[in-house]
Design a protein around this ligand. Structure first.
Ligand SMILES: C[S@@+](CC[C@H](N)C(=O)[O-])C[C@H]1O[C@@H](n2cnc3c(N)ncnc32)[C@H](O)[C@@H]1O
Length: 280
C-alpha cells in the first residue's frame, strides 16, 4: 500500500505455507480493515477533483515492468493460456463441489464470491431484521448471480424478511449497446424483467446521470434501500496497461448512485474488477 507521498505502508502479509489447510486459511483471510477517525469529514465540495494529478514513481516503474511481462503473453494461444490459469486457480473446484452438493439456482463464480461475503460479514442490516423489510439494489448486475446468491442466503437465514430487489445493467436487448461491454446471458433476467431498470433512455447505462437518478428514485419507491451491490466491469482488452483508468469512471458513477439510494445503516458492497475477458 502506498501513501500519496510515495511511502510504502507495510501490512501483514499472509504467511506462505506448504500445508494446504494453511494455504486455504490464508486465501480466505485476506481481509483489511480501515479505521477512520470519527472527526473525519468529507472535504469541502469545491475542493473535489481540484488537486493536480500526482504520480508515484515506484508504482509507475512497477506498472511498466508488469506490462512488459504481461505483453509476453501475446505469444501464447489464448485457449492454452486460459486453460493454464484455470488449472492454477485453487478455487476452481469450489463451484463444482457446490453444484454437486446443492445445485443452487444460477451458480457462477460471482454467486460463490457473493455468498462468501454474505457468510463472512453481517451484510443484512439490523434494521431489516427488526422491521422485517428490505429493499436491495444491484448495479451493473447482469447476468444476475449476486441476486440468486442473495436469494439463496435469504431463504436459508432470513425467511421472515419481506425482500424486494431492483437491478440495473447495460440493456442486452438494446441494439446500440456494444456487445463487448455487455453480458448477453439473459437466462435469469428474462424471467425477472420487471425487476430490471434500464433508465430513462432504456440503454441501462449507469454513466448517464438521468438514468442513475431514475434508478435511485425507483429503488427508493420500493422502500428503504438497505443493501446496494455494484459489480461494474469494462472490457480492457484494448487497453490492458490502463485498466484502472478505463474502469474508474464507471466505479465513480456506481458509488454516486449507490450513496444516493442507500438508507442510513445500510450496506454497500462494490467490486473493483476489470473485464473477465482479459488475460490474467
Ligand atoms: C461482472 S458483470 C456483473 C456480474 C453480476 N454481479 C453477477 O453476479 O452475475 C459486470 C456487468 O457490468 C455491466 N456494465 C458495464 N458497464 C456498464 C454501464 N456503463 N452501465 C451499466 N452496467 C454496466 C456489464 O454489462 C456487466 O453486466
Amino acid at each position: 500500500m502506498f501513501s500519496n507521498s510515495g511511502n510504502i505502508i507495510l501490512r501483514d502479509k499472509p504467511s506462505r505455507s506448504d500445508n494446504s489447510e494453511d494455504e486455504l486459511h490464508d486465501l480466505f483471510n485476506k481481509k483489511y480493515q480501515f479505521r477512520f477517525s470519527d472527526e473525519w469529514r468529507l472535504p469541502d465540495r469545491d475542493s473535489w477533483f481540484s488537486a493536480p494529478p500526482w504520480t508515484i514513481k515506484i508504482l509507475d516503474t512497477m506498472k511498466s515492468r508488469l506490462n512488459f511481462h504481461k505483453s509476453q503473453l501475446n505469444d501464447f494461444s489464448i485457449e492454452e493460456w486460459s486453460s493454464h490459469t484455470r488449472r492454477r486457480n485453487p478455487a476452481g473446484e469450489v463451484s463444482w463441489k457446490i453444484r454437486c452438493l446443492i445445485n443452487p439456482e444460477f451458480l457462477t463464480q460471482a454467486w460463490t464470491k457473493f455468498y462468501e461475503c454474505l457468510s463472512t460479514y453481517k451484510m443484512i442490516p439490523e434494521e431489516a431484521c427488526i422491521t422485517q423489510k428490505m429493499v436491495s439494489l444491484h448495479l451493473c448486475e447482469a447476468p444476475g448471480a449476486f441476486i440468486t446468491s442473495l436469494n439463496h442466503y435469504m431463504q436459508l437465514h432470513h425467511r421472515n424478511i419481506e425482500w424486494k430487489w431492483l437491478a440495473n445493467t447495460l440493456n442486452p436487448y438494446y441494439e446500440e449497446n456494444s456487445p463487448s461491454n455487455m453480458i448477453s446471458d439473459d437466462r435469469f433476467m428474462f424471467h425477472t424483467l420487471s425487476n430490471w431498470d434500464f433508465g430513462v433512455d432504456n440503454t441501462g447505462n449507469l454513466m448517464n446521470w438521468d438514468n442513475s437518478q431514475s434508478i435511485v428514485s425507483k429503488a427508493k419507491s420500493l422502500g428503504k434501500v438497505l443493501l446496494v451491490t455494484a459489480d461494474g466491469s469494462i472490457d480492457c482488452m484494448q487497453k490492458p496497461d490502463a485498466q484502472e483508468e478505463v474502469t474508474s469512471p464507471l466505479h465513480y458513477c456506481e458509488i454516486v448512485t449507490a450513496l444516493q439510494a442507500l438508507s442510513k445503516g445500510g450496506t454497500f458492497i462494490i467490486i473493483f474488477a476489470q473485464s473477465s475477458v482479459q488475460r490474467s
